[in-house]
Design a binder for this molecule. Structure first.
Ligand SMILES: CC(C)(COP(=O)(O)OP(=O)(O)OC[C@H]1O[C@@H](n2cnc3c(N)ncnc32)[C@H](O)[C@@H]1OP(=O)(O)O)[C@@H](O)C(=O)NCCC(=O)NCCS
Length: 166
């Protein structure tokens, strides 16, 4: 497995991983799938201070492919929040439980530190035990729980807020 900065050519693979969670899962609060144009715009937006990375390795057919991605995004628009970012990590459903999520999160945290950010927030769907465990394993602490602030697939969803200082 290798980690590298995301490139425009990764757009289709990244959006396939993400859109499965949009359509079927409760782990993202997005309700509409990303188009290829949306995904390319996302990649372009994450070429600078707020990086995105991919993990690559042999996929189902043994061919090298994108197995997961991680990104840091601005936490809030207002100027005084500029030193804080929010992370996001997604691993292809066929490659979970093998350390990829942890490797991606550790690397995006390293980059965020290099880029001068001070604090990282994770806002996690309340039912997403795997992501809470992953973030705990990488040094995040619980900040609090926002009760039933989301609604998806007919369910009320909590948001678990976690934080790590860089
Ligand atoms: C959450 C996710 C990124 C974890 O990736 P992964 O590659 O499966 O995780 P790893 O194998 O690196 O595991 C990292 C740690 O989290 C724990 N963990 C991961 N998934 C878990 C699960 N479902 N239940 C319990 N613990 C879990 C592992 O035990 C491991 O802990 P350790 O290092 O102390 O042993 C992955 O399940 C995923 O992509 N889920 C869907 C998208 C998503 O929810 N993204 C997060 C949005 S906030």
């Amino acid at each position: 497995m290798q980690l590298r900065l995301v490139q425009l050519e990764d757009a289709e693979a990244v959006r396939a991983i993400y859109n499965r969670e949009v359509a079927e899962g409760l782990n993202t609060f997005d309700l509409e799938v990303r188009s290829l144009a949306d995904q390319r715009e996302w990649i372009a937006r994450h070429q600078g201070a707020h990086p995105a990375i991919v993990a690559t390795g042999p996929g189902a057919g043994g061919v090298e492919e994108v197995l997961g991605f991680a990104v840091v995004s601005p936490y809030r628009d207002r100027a005084a929040y500029a030193t804080t970012v929010e992370d996001s990590v997604y691993v292809h459903h066929g490659h979970r439980g093998r350390g990829l999520g942890r490797a991606l999160l550790e690397e995006i945290l390293r980059l965020a530190g290099d880029h001068g950010f001070h604090a990282v927030m994770a806002r996690i769907s309340g039912e997403n035990t795997g992501s809470v465990r992953l973030h705990q394993a990488c040094g995040f602490e619980l900040v609090g729980v926002e009760r039933e602030v989301g609604r998806k697939h007919g369910r009320w969803l909590d948001v678990v807020a976690m934080q790590r200082m860089l």
